[in-house]
Design a binder for this molecule. Sequence first.
Ligand code: PMV
Ligand code: MG
Length: 332
Amino acid sequence: MKMIKVQTGGKLYIAGEYAILTPGQTAIIKNIPIHMTAVVKEAKDISLFSDMFDYAVGMTPDSKYALIQQSIVTLFDYLGKSAEEMPAFSLEITGKMERDGKKFGIGSSGSVTVLTLKALSAFYELNLSADLLFKLASYTLLKLGDNGSMGDIACIAYDDLVAFTSFDRQQVAKWIEKESIQEVLNKDWGYQIEVITPALPCEFLVGWTMQPSISKDMINLVKSAISQEFLAATEKEVQICKQALQTGDKESVKKALQNVSDLLLGLSSAIYNDKLLALKAAEDGLDVIAKSSGSGGGDCGIAISFNREDSQELIKRWQEVGIELLDMEELA
Ligand code: PMV
Ligand code: MG
């Protein structure tokens, strides 16, 4: 019996969050090696199960399974096939990105969307590229009314450190209303996804606040504060950071990340809550730059450390304030 197994990871913003919601802005987003797994097997009828929930479904719309079901509908529509025309399968998704019922906030909804598409692409031997996976997953989320930038999808589809320049989502949503999926997917959406290879010896650390934050709500709370000044200043720092990562310019990386962090601090007091302020303050006196990541208000923050002993001290300080190390890896 045919059986395939695929995985997707998580993501965290290094720089450019909130600004990236405006088309043409750039963000740097890092893949996080905490995975979700999908197993697809031949079956008589479509059956879907995720360990997030305690029941399985078919294709009859179920609100909890909407992301998975819509991803499947997107793929079938793209192939120009109805569900009945394609060999049926069972899909089982495991690896909740959470602990004790609290999500990590590393992109589980984006990951499950990409995972479903990637799993079926493998099952039907379609060999979809990372770029097509990105477009299909973005299409799916736009159809469901998602208000995000799709930066998470770019990072998860490429499973790498990327610089993502965002597209006009309203424009694409209009196309989706009027044109066929094939036509929409064939268009140039105007985004850019560039894989970045850092040349800077350093450690990348992820601190989990254990306080779940809902990006959708944070966006609605913060978006009216996003000004032209914020956008221009953020873009400048993101470009400096991107360049400096690739050339190994430590001081410029530190300064650019400090500046984007200050810009987020000034954008809304909801971003740096007490836990994230403590996560940032823990860098004090160390060869480390720390900041909130993504929408803030909880979830995770990140740090880049240029000294191993300082990494250990940072982890200790985080522990003392109830911040847990989720991931630590060398960037170069
Ligand atoms: O909190 P996260 O990791 O989902 O990141 C949200 C980043 C925002 O720019 C605030 C929103 C978005 O979709 O880009
Ligand atoms: Mg978040």
